[in-house]
Write a protein that binds this ligand. Sequence first.
Ligand SMILES: Cc1cc2nc3c(=O)[nH]c(=O)nc-3n(C[C@H](O)[C@H](O)[C@H](O)COP(=O)(O)O)c2cc1C
Length: 181
Amino acid sequence: MILNEVTKAILSRRTVRSFTPVRLTSDEVKTLLECAMWAPSGRNSQNCYVRVISDKTALDELNTDFKDTVGRDTPAYTRWDVNPVYQTAPALFCIFADCPDPMNGGIMAENICIAAQGMGLNSCIIGSVGALFDGEKGAKWKDKLEVPPDGVFVVSVAVGHGDEDPEPKPRKPERFYEVKL
Ligand SMILES: Cc1cc2nc3c(=O)[nH]c(=O)nc-3n(C[C@H](O)[C@H](O)[C@H](O)COP(=O)(O)O)c2cc1C
C-alpha cells in the first residue's frame, strides 16, 4: 500500500455530522474553493460552481427552511433533529451546475472533502438539501446565493471541525480487483 499525504487523506476520511463551533478561517475557505475549482470536468465544461454559506444566522435559517420544506415529521427531519448538520457545521459549500450534472459536481464535492481532510477538517456530503433548492423556498435561496434561477443544485458539503470520530462504514472489498486477462 502506498501511503502519502493524499492517499492517507482519502483513506482516513469519514463522514462527520457533528461539528464544534469553531469557524473556518478565510484561508481555509479560499483553499477549499480553489480545490473545488481545480476539479476535472467532462469536456472541460467547467459547468459547476460553488457558493459557501458560513454565516451562522444564514445557516440557521437554511436549516429551518429545509425542515419546513421536507416536513417536520418525515424521516429526514427526524434525522436532522437528532443530528442537525446545518445548525452546527460552520460552513456549507453548495455546488450548482449550469445544467443537470451529478458527475462533475460530485467530483468537485470529493475534492472539497479530501482537501478538507488533508487540512485537518471534517466533512459531510449532503444531497438532501436539494429538496430545499427544488422546493418553494428554492428561489429565495438561489437569489440569496446569487445563483441564477435556472442554476441546478447538485450537492452540498458541510465542512468544519468534527466533534465525533465515527467508525468506518464497512466496504465491499470483493468488488474491487484487477482482472487477470
Ligand atoms: C451523493 C451523496 C449524498 C449524500 N447525502 C447525504 C445526506 O443528505 N445526509 C447525510 O447525512 N449524509 C449524506 N451523505 C453521506 C453518506 O451517507 C456517507 O458518505 C456514507 O454513509 C458512507 O460513509 P463515509 O462517508 O463515512 O464512508 C451523502 C454522500 C454522498 C456521496
